[in-house]
Design a protein around this ligand. Sequence first.
Ligand code: 5RP
Length: 277
Amino acid sequence: YIRPTPRYTMATKSGDVNLVEAAKRAACQQAVKDNFSPSFKYVGIGSGSTIAYVVEAIAALGPEVSAHMKFVPTGAGSTKLIRDAGLTVLQVPELLSEVGFAGRGTSRQHLDIYFDGADEVDAELNCIKGGGACLFQEKIVSRLSKKFICVADSRKKADRLLTNWGYVPVEVSPVAAELVRQALIDLGSKDPIIRFAGSTSTYLVTDNHNYLIDAPFPTLLLNSQAELIDPANGLWTPDALAAKIRGILGVLEVGIFSGLTGPQATAAGPDVEGVRP
Ligand code: 5RP
């Protein structure tokens, strides 16, 4: 099996790599400038290559700004990123024992803010995430945060999800992986695959000891399924698709993020527009 390649990656010529990195850094610097406050106590840090520039921008503010803060990671990679920048790591279980377990609803949003990247962001700020294999802990941290700042360069913007990024990452129990794959095919996914680790022939194992299935969904087909359709516009909705996938026995979580608290997408630079498909 070959993992489906996002069309925007294919459109990125090798000579444009520096342009893309510059756009990611610019997006992150803007996101931190516009949204970061020295008064924050708990800050969520997501996963992936973009978020490294958020951590870089926060660290650049100096210890006088960040020394009293605790940074909540979304996996092993993000833990290392925070630590290497000299910032203080606080894992989710430690956060919960520090703040206590009382309260309901929004009073459980203990983090002041959560910065993370995305694989695709639509006009309503729904996202596809999980390209970097950390979607489950990302979803936990997003739920614990007052505000989710989704930082994405302009390649990732699309009017609707599944336009350029062709598949939905799904975290599954290894025991049920093949069953889930079959159920995803029944749901309309075309050739869902269990993700391999890099270029090896070994399945990738997530931080939570699970597998990931990358499930491509042709949008024409989604738009023909009555139970996924928003009657207001006749189009499939991310929420409905996520609920269907989450309902499959063996699925831990799905990489569709929707209805989050105050998400904002920060897209950087017209530069990268030039390499969009
Ligand atoms: C990891 C994620 C990442 O945020 C997403 O894959 C974007 O990564 P990058 O910034 O490297 O493009 O969801 O699970």
